[in-house]
Design a protein around this ligand. Structure first.
Ligand SMILES: [Zn+2]
Length: 113
């Protein structure tokens, strides 16, 4: 397997031009390098998903139990009585920030595994 230096996708060893982006394959990066390029956008995506709602980024990272747990706490905090909303929204913001940071590092960790 030969990896395109432009888009990081795999091509056959004989290929002179990338079958995915059409650019010329001038050198021959290792499989490890191709894998790294392929996963380099993951932390930003995971953080983005967690910014939408806590736990989604964790699910995206394949951390199913953690994602469901974080999302459950988020839903729990958002559905409390109005009288204690000041307290619950404080905890929600804390959870939200934690979710984004954890998703970012979780995806980074996964990319180097
Ligand atoms: Zn390519």
């Amino acid at each position: 397997m030969k990896y395109c230096i432009h888009c990081g996708k795999g091509n056959s060893d004989e290929a002179r031009f990338c079958g995915h982006c059409g650019k010329e394959i001038t050198d021959n990066p290792t499989e490890e390098e191709g894998e790294r390029r392929k996963t380099s956008g993951r932390p930003a995506m995971a953080a983005f998903f967690s910014a939408i709602f806590p736990g989604i980024g964790q699910l995206y990272n394949g951390r199913f139990i953690k994602g469901v747990l974080v999302a459950s706490i988020g839903i729990f905090l958002l559905t409390r009585e109005r009288e204690i909303m000041l307290v619950t929204s404080f905890f929600y913001v804390f959870l939200w920030v934690y979710g984004i940071i954890d998703a970012w590092y979780g995806a980074k960790e996964r990319a180097t595994e």
